[in-house]
Structure formats: structure tokens, C-alpha cells
Ligand binder design. Structure first.
Ligand code: CMP
Length: 135
């Protein structure tokens, strides 16, 4: 069934000039871009978005990275969009992600891994409300 998911195209992607390359992969798959905004995450939004990670050792450098420059936030929709987007994005660690995925083809890092994508219907709902409260 059609569903919506939240994607962040992270600051490393914009810094590296990969925004079009990454959006193009989602478009070519057939997903629909419902909303798209470029903005810089502030500390409060980072803590809310990554609430499940704020106590982890990797969070402080993740927060510095994610708030360090503009990113793109998108709502993508389509049949099984949450699972489809996760499979296009690939495993968290770019060094281990499969070739053919965004991270597998374009990232060598476990932190600067180009994309965030909601991992479940509950997180999609929560993250869409955080990033697009007007919807
Ligand atoms: P993301 O899908 O945005 O969800 C949490 C993020 O934390 C993840 O992508 C990575 O950017 C980062 N991350 C997860 N695990 C690690 C780790 N072990 N070391 C560094 N960064 C990590």
C-alpha cells in the first residue's frame, strides 16, 4: 500500500554536491516527492529527531555533523515506501553497505552516510511531524 516516509539528505551529501544524484535515485525508482525543504538542523531538532540515540557514545559527533551545514528533508511517498527507501539507501556503515545502494556506492563512513530514512511506520509518522509540523 502507498505510504509516506521521511528522508534526510545529510550535510555531507550537500557539501559533496550529491543532492541531485541522491534525489534522482529516489525519483527513478518511482517514488513521489511530496515535500522538500533545505535547512540547517539546530540542536533542539537534532535531539528530538535522534531521541533514541542521544545517550549513545556516537551521538555528540553525530550531532556536530548533522547541525554543521544545510541538509534536505523530504517526504517521499509510494507503495511500501518505508521499506523501499531503506533498501535503496543501504546499510548504515557505508563501508559495508551493498554496491548499488546509495551508501554502498557513495559513502565510506559509518557517520557521514549521506541519508537518513525512517525505519518504521511509527518513526515515519513521528519524523514527518517533527520536520513538517504544518502538515
Ligand atoms: P541514521 O540512519 O541517520 O541513524 C543514526 C545515525 O547515527 C546513523 O544514520 C549514522 O549517521 C550514525 N551512526 C550510527 N551508528 C554509528 C556509529 N557506530 N558510529 C558513528 N555514527 C553512527
Amino acid at each position: 500500500p502507498a505510504e509516506r516516509t521521511l528522508v534526510l539528505i545529510k550535510p555531507d551529501a550537500l557539501r559533496r554536491g550529491l543532492l541531485g544524484e541522491i534525489i534522482g535515485r529516489f525519483e527513478r525508482k518511482g517514488l513521489t516527492i511530496e515535500s522538500l525543504v533545505v535547512r540547517t538542523m539546530d540542536a533542539a531538532l537534532a535531539d528530538a529527531h535522534y531521541a533514541e540515540h542521544v545517550d549513545k557514545a556516537f551521538y555528540p559527533p553525530l550531532k556536530t555533523f548533522m547541525t554543521g551545514g544545510p541538509l534536505a528533508a523530504l517526504i517521499l511517498s509510494g507503495d511500501s515506501a518505508i521499506e523501499v527507501v531503506r533498501s535503496i539507501v543501504g546499510a548504515t556503515d557505508g563501508r559495508k553497505a551493498a554496491a548499488g545502494t546509495i551508501r554502498g556506492d557513495l559513502s565510506l563512513s559509518n557517520r557521514e552516510n549521506l541519508v537518513h530514512a525512517s525505519d518504521s511506520p511509527d518513526s515515519a509518522k513521528r519524523e514527518i511531524a517533527l520536520w513538517f509540523p504544518e502538515l
